[in-house]
Design a protein around this ligand. Structure first.
Ligand code: FAD
Length: 380
């Protein structure tokens, strides 16, 4: 049983199609293919390879390639340019909207005839030695069902599915304000990541515009959300500078609170947490979905190889835990340290950050190693 038909729950369901395992997906939304979530996601080139193997890649549209990323800090020296050419890849990543991704996954779930129950909210679970039972609510009332393995891919939303797990939480005191901005200059498939003492700000090329991710303290985010468009653009110009040209319009503004939340151990008796259910990260390095997709792919591989006769056995889930540990822990640590090191105005740190960015620029092998880690994750 898979709780959550978001991108990661859907990815594992699709990875298990044809495995001979009997799979059921339970999704709270009434339609697994539609979403009104306004965020855009940068998918790494490594994610593209997984999505191709799942047969989903051609269905995701529109998708805009990122060919280079300009990284800098406000009020300090040091900058670096990461390019697809240096990485030896056609693109560093691709930008799409969460809703577009959800649409593609939703269609694949339905067309591939995965057993899918929508409008179904799972409220609790209970495991015994051989089964795990869940309770869920539908329009018809409360019901329960049991299986040998529960895959929790609910994005971290349901407390009733975390009983027994140790979950670490770090509040950043930052919110992300997102939107689509038009500039006076074409983006040329270049993304920008600029670190400021209030938090990072990113511009990702998306169709003819940029997807903006502007992190700020919650009270500043309140004000940014309330500003009329012209005043918002003025503030953005002051905050970001003129590297990308003049900001001329903003649409689809939305905001997301940012917290690091991760399970110390993603494996519970007869259950495993995947994607944001296992680790919800700050979007500073655009790693959340990419890490979650690698969770889904590797769980799929583990279940195909070791999931019979009992996919929820300790032996099978221990293999998955060991396989994912390095990538998970390094992804969490890298993202958390970037937030801590780059979101402040301490002078010696500013100088050290500048030196690190310049060093990356001067040492091509270090730059390549950094890009490999960001694109494909850590396997050892
Ligand atoms: C502003 C912002 C920008 C981001 N940018 C990037 C980026 O550039 N690159 C990147 O890699 N990541 C990024 N992320 C992270 C990325 O969005 C997440 O990692 C990804 O969406 C996780 O997918 P998921 O399927 O695990 O969870 P979700 O997307 O949260 O999906 C969970 C699903 O479970 C369902 N559900 C929840 N509770 C229940 C229940 N009790 N019963 C049944 N169903 C339930 C929900 O309806 C939903 O469909 C960003 C995040 C934010 C906030």
């Amino acid at each position: 049983m898979i709780v959550g038909g978001g991108p990661i729950g859907a990815a594992i369901a699709i990875a298990l199609q044809g495995s001979g395992l009997d799979v059921l997906v339970l999704e709270a939304r009434p339609d697994a293919g539609s979403s009104n979530d306004a965020r855009t996601l940068a998918m790494s080139y490594g994610s593209r390879l997984i999505l191709e193997r799942l047969g989903i890649w051609p269905q995701i549209e529109p998708v805009t390639p990122i060919e280079s990323i300009h990284v800098s800090q406000r009020g300090g020296f040091g900058r670096t340019l990461l390019s697809a050419e240096d990485a030896g890849l056609p693109a560093l990543g691709y930008v799409t909207r969460y809703s577009g991704l959800q649409h593609a996954f939703g269609r694949a779930l339905v067309s591939e005839r995965t057993r899918l129950m929508t409008g179904t909210e799972v409220t609790g679970m209970q495991s015994t030695a051989h089964r795990i039972a869940i309770e869920f609510l539908t329009h018809a009332g409360s019901q329960s069902i049991a299986a040998r393995l529960l895959i929790i891919a609910d994005g971290g939303a349901s407390m009733g599915l975390r009983a027994g797990a140790t979950v670490k939480v770090r509040e950043y005191g930052q919110d992300a304000v997102v939107g689509l901005v038009e500039t006076s200059r074409p983006h040329g498939r270049k993304a920008y990541e600029r670190f400021t003492p209030d938090g990072p700000i990113a511009l990702l090329p998306y169709e003819s515009r940029y997807a903006l991710v502007w992190t700020a303290a919650p009270d500043t985010a309140d004000r940014l959300m309330a500003l009329p468009a012209a005043a918002f653009l003025e503030k953005l110009q002051l905050h970001f500078g003129d590297r990308a040209g003049r900001f001329v319009s903003i649409e689809a503004r939305a905001r997301f609170p940012l917290t690091l939340r991760y399970a110390e151990d993603p494996v519970l008796p007869r259950a495993v947490m995947l994607g944001n259910a296992a680790q919800a990260l700050h979007p500073i390095a655009g790693q959340g979905f990419n890490l979650g997709l690698r969770d889904a792919w590797e769980l799929g591989e583990t279940l195909l190889l070791h999931g019979k006769p009992d996919p929820g056995s300790d032996a099978c889930l221990s293999r998955y835990r060991a396989l994912r540990r390095p990538d998970r822990l390094r992804g969490i640590a890298l993202t958390h340290s970037l937030v801590k090191i780059f979101s402040n105005d301490i002078v010696p740190l500013r100088a050290a950050r500048g030196a690190a960015l310049s060093l990356l620029e001067l040492l091509p092998p270090a730059k390549r190693a950094f890009m490999q880690r960001m694109i494909f994750g850590a396997s050892r």
